[in-house]
Design a protein around this ligand. Structure first.
Ligand SMILES: *[C@@H]1O[C@H](CO)[C@@H](O)[C@H](O)[C@H]1NC(C)=O
Ligand SMILES: *[C@@H]1O[C@H](CO)[C@@H](O)[C@H](O)[C@H]1NC(C)=O
Ligand SMILES: *[C@@H]1O[C@H](CO)[C@@H](O)[C@H](O)[C@H]1NC(C)=O
Length: 488
């Protein structure tokens, strides 16, 4: 027996193996060395192949990315934020994108006659709008503008809005959740109209929204301590559980702020019909009562008797709701007390019911309303009377919304979008006479002067209420019977 050592070198001459063996015959040594050499060559080749493949994949990926960015910018939702942030910043820096400041048309147009339905002027303005389409501000504008928050707040009028609260309003903060997916300028103007330093605002951005839209809202939120973007983005699909989920994310986030008394949830297409001062006075009268739409008589039983797969009904029957709950149909709009929100988010019963409602049809229209109309659950602010919206006894005040196939559909002066009226110029006069808190809905690029004039109207009213709060007339609300008939 002898001890022999050998070295295996790769094709570049670098030694990669050194082996010592006890062998009985030299030929054994050489055959083993040859085998080792073969094996080493083989692994080297494989490494090279792998490296090559990696390079290939990487370059294809980079090519696709560059191609994608070139054609879609970051206006799509699939891209990773780091890449997009870089792309967006350079596009803004080189002014490759539309950075126009939004302007309101009311600087040139007198709104007063429009609220009085001056037909001649309305015609003129309609034809003016036909030839001067609305060019809304882009997310890029907001991303750039919010780089300097101090200037943003000043120039966009937030500092002015911040001075509009009376002491009564300051002592009664509200919370708003806003579900958004498009039209940054409209969303921002809604936020601005509602903005008061004592309130809280949670903005949920749909997963389907573009990254630039999301970035713009992050920018806006970064300029205020009481405005934030929901901690989770949900891919909201109309009619499905996800509608509910987006709101619940905001509610949970908002509950971490302790001061607010009531929550109002909105979409980016809505606009207030009342000032913050009015809302506060009315909600103080309601004293903890919630206001949600409800019906048991007109509910569609098949939506709750069968399992749904998304918005498709299956043939599988569902068991009745847990905890002896009666399912009540309502709408997605709520005006609810803090206690209600706390119950919805934190109680076991609400969570059990949420599980049950998930695979029913249009669960968002059942969940909130049901929670408000099953008094045996003792949900704070819930209604003890008959769960039927009724204009005299139990009106639905959160939202004014016109449906195509309902009695007062003739009132719609705009156009129908998925059976809901999009308001136009000729709706202004009626809108400001409504008792509801918000109107649903507006599209900024449709008869945009209507939106501009609503904005001007509510702003002027808010300024008046700031200095003459005693002039706010809430006798209609004080005389409603429903708020005296609730669980407190
Ligand atoms: C369930 O609710 C109904 C009325 O909603 C009531 O009559 C009945 O006693 C309740 N049952 C239980 C077990 O609580
Ligand atoms: C309002 O909130 C309810 C519950 O949080 C939700 O289902 C609904 O989608 C929200 N509506 C809007 C308009 O955001
Ligand atoms: C307040 O509004 C009610 C109707 O909502 C009206 O009847 C009453 O006259 C108003 N009061 C004042 C002082 O304007």
């Amino acid at each position: 027996m002898r001890r022999l050592c050998y070295m295996v070198r790769n094709h570049l001459g670098r030694s990669i193996l050194s082996v010592c063996r006890l062998i009985s015959h030299p030929s054994e040594f050489f055959s083993e060395a040859r085998q080792m050499l073969e094996a080493a060559r083989h692994t080297n080749l494989r490494k090279l192949q792998a490296l090559f493949a990696c390079l290939c994949i990487f370059s294809v990926f980079s090519f696709v990315l560059v191609y994608y960015l070139a054609y879609h910018g970051c206006d799509s939702h699939v891209l990773v934020s780091v890449t997009c942030d870089w792309v967006i910043t350079s596009m803004i820096k080189h002014e490759m994108v539309d950075l126009r400041i939004p302007v309101s048309s009311t600087a040139m147009i007198d709104c007063e006659p429009l609220f009085n339905r001056d037909a001649g002027l309305m015609g003129q303005i309609k034809s003016y709008m036909m030839s001067n389409h609305k060019r809304a501000a882009t997310p890029y504008f907001y991303i750039k503008a919010t780089e300097n928050c101090q200037i943003f707040r000043k120039e966009m009028g937030y500092n002015g809005m911040a001075t509009l609260s009376t002491q009564e309003e300051k002592d009664f903060p509200l919370a708003f959740s806003i579900m958004t997916y498009k039209d940054i300028e409209q969303v921002e103007r809604l936020l601005r109209m509602l903005y008061r330093p004592q309130n809280y605002y949670c903005i949920h951005v749909d997963m389907k929204s573009s990254y630039t839209f999301y970035r713009a809202l992050l920018g806006i939120a970064s300029c205020f301590s009481n405005v934030f973007v929901a901690s989770k983005r949900v891919d909201v699909a109309w009619g499905e559980y996800t509608v509910l989920e987006g709101d619940l994310v905001c509610m949970r986030d908002l509950l971490t702020y302790t001061k607010w008394k009531y929550i109002i949830n909105l979409t980016g297409q809505e606009f207030p019909l009342k000032t913050n001062a009015e809302m506060v006075k009315i909600l103080k009268v309601f004293n903890g009562a919630n206001n949600l739409e409800a019906t048991v008589r007109k509910r569609d039983m098949s939506r709750i008797n069968y399992h749904y797969d998304g918005i498709e009904r299956t043939t599988v029957r569902k068991s009745p709701p847990p905890h002896n709950i009666t399912a009540v149909k309502g709408s997605v709009h709520i005006l609810a007390s803090r206690g209600y929100v706390d119950y919805i988010i934190n109680s076991k019963i609400a969570n059990d019911f949420l599980e049950w409602v998930k695979d029913t049809g249009y669960p968002d229209e059942t969940f909130f309303s049901t929670m408000n109309h099953n008094p045996h659950l003792k949900v704070p602010g819930s209604y003890l009377g008959e769960p039927e919206t009724n204009p005299k006894i139990y009106p639905f005040l959160a939202r004014y919304k016109l449906w195509r196939y309902e009695r007062d559909s003739w009132r719609c002066g705009g156009y129908w979008q998925r059976s809901i009226c999009v308001y136009g110029l000729s709706d202004l006069r009626h809108l400001i006479s409504r008792k509801e808190f918000f109107a649903n809905k507006f599209e900024l690029d449709y008869e945009y002067v209507a939106f501009d004039c609503m904005e001007e109207y509510i702003f002027n009213l808010a300024r008046e209420h700031r200095y003459r709060p005693q002039k706010i007339n809430i006798s209609y609300y004080e005389n409603l019977p429903f708020y005296k008939n609730v669980i407190l």
